[in-house]
Design a protein around this ligand. Structure first.
Ligand SMILES: Cc1cc2nc3c(=O)[nH]c(=O)nc-3n(C[C@H](O)[C@H](O)[C@H](O)COP(=O)(O)O)c2cc1C
Length: 204
């Protein structure tokens, strides 16, 4: 995070924001409790990026597909993420982090609603396809619509239909907080697990 960058600022949404390059880092106002943190003068720790990835890779996660209908093309699109977590029960909020370099996130955030699909173990190829830049993310994928019209991918364990509540710039990513409007389980099965840069299964 840049020096002095602390919390959140609402990031403008919509095609105008997209075309004017608004998916870029932004400074934030004081937190809601009014307690602005002092700007730090500490140098950023010089941690090797590969080491950071390797150590953090020891934290096993699930994988989700974040999907929406691109309002510009009317076509389904999405990306894979393992930074998903639940945040709040009341109101129901979840979060995930998206790199500033994502070309798909601006399309997802322009949609009124998006779907978080919790991927199952057999969906490794789905994950890889959604993680590939510049391809038809939904080529060969079967999907149905959530109540608000977002893509629910066939074979996902569960889905949550969400809208973007807030975005917080955090270093080279944006932390997205999303409100959950609808959710349901989908297929039964084992989760897709991501651990040490590889995919595995849950054996409980
Ligand atoms: C297992 C896995 C987890 C990922 N998690 C994230 C994530 O949490 N945040 C993110 O921005 N990208 C993540 N990615 C990368 C994106 O899925 C995707 O590669 C990236 O958004 C580039 O595609 P785009 O330009 O179409 O957005 C992950 C990829 C994989 C394979």
């Amino acid at each position: 995070m840049p020096d002095g960058a602390t919390a959140a600022t609402p990031i403008p949404r919509g095609p105008a924001a997209r075309s004017s390059g608004q998916n870029t880092p932004r400074r934030a106002p004081a937190p809601a409790n009014g307690a602005a943190r002092p700007a730090t003068t500490e140098p950023v720790a010089d941690i090797d990026k590969m080491r950071f990835r390797t150590i953090l890779g020891r934290f096993a996660t699930g994988v989700v597909a974040i999907t929406a209908i691109d309002p510009e093309t009317g076509l389904p699109t999405g990306l894979a993420a393992n930074s998903f977590t639940s945040v709040s029960l009341d109101p129901p909020l979840v979060s995930f982090c998206v790199a500033h370099t994502s070309s798909t996130w601006p399309r997802l955030r322009d949609a009124d609603r998006h779907c978080v699909n919790i991927l199952s173990a057999p969906q490794r190829e789905v994950c890889l396809q959604l993680a590939t830049k510049g391809v038809d993310k939904f080529a060969g994928l079967e999907w149905t619509e959530s109540p608000g019209g977002s893509p629910v991918i066939h074979g996902a364990l569960a889905w949550l239909e969400c809208s973007v509540e807030a975005e917080y710039v955090a270093g080279d990513h944006v932390i997205v907080v999303a409100q959950v409007h609808h959710l349901d389980k989908h297929h039964d099965g084992d989760p897709l697990v991501f651990y040490k840069g590889a995919y595995g299964r849950f054996e409980g």
